[in-house]
Design a protein around this ligand. Structure first.
Ligand code: MG
Length: 115
C-alpha cells in the first residue's frame, strides 16, 4: 500500500528531476487538475448509467489512469499551497455534514439551500 506522504514526496522528486517546478504555479496546477478531471469524465462520456457501472477492462484501465493523474495533480497542488489534502478533506466532510444533516438530506439529491 502506497502512503500518501510518500507518493507526494515522489511526485516532488519527479518534478525536481525534470525542472518542472517552474511551470507549477498554483494556477497552472489547478488548471491541470481540472483538465485531468475532464479526462476522467471523457471515459464515461456517452455511456448509459448502467454501462458506467459495468466498465470494460479497457475503460476501467483508462479510468484508473485518469484517477492517477487527478491524484498526482491534487497532491502537487496541495504541496504547493502547503495544505494537507487529507486534513482538507476531513475538515470539508465535517462542514458538509453540517450543511446536509441526515434528518434533512437522507435520500435526497438536493443542494443544502433546498433542504
Ligand atoms: Mg490524463
Amino acid at each position: 500500500m502506497v502512503k500518501l506522504e510518500d507518493l507526494s514526496a515522489e511526485i516532488q522528486t519527479f518534478c525536481q528531476e525534470r525542472d518542472w517546478g517552474q511551470f507549477h504555479s498554483p494556477k497552472n496546477l489547478a488548471m491541470a487538475l481540472s483538465v485531468e478531471a475532464s479526462e476522467l469524465l471523457e471515459v464515461f462520456m456517452w455511456l448509459t448509467p448502467e454501462q458506467s457501472q459495468a466498465l470494460t477492462q479497457e475503460q476501467r484501465a483508462a479510468a484508473k489512469d485518469e484517477l492517477g493523474d487527478v491524484m498526482m495533480c491534487l497532491l502537487n497542488l496541495a504541496h504547493r499551497l502547503g495544505i494537507d489534502p487529507l486534513q482538507a478533506a476531513a475538515d470539508k466532510l465535517e462542514k458538509t455534514k453540517e450543511k446536509y444533516p441526515v434528518e434533512k438530506a437522507k435520500g435526497l439529491a438536493k443542494k443544502y439551500h433546498e433542504l
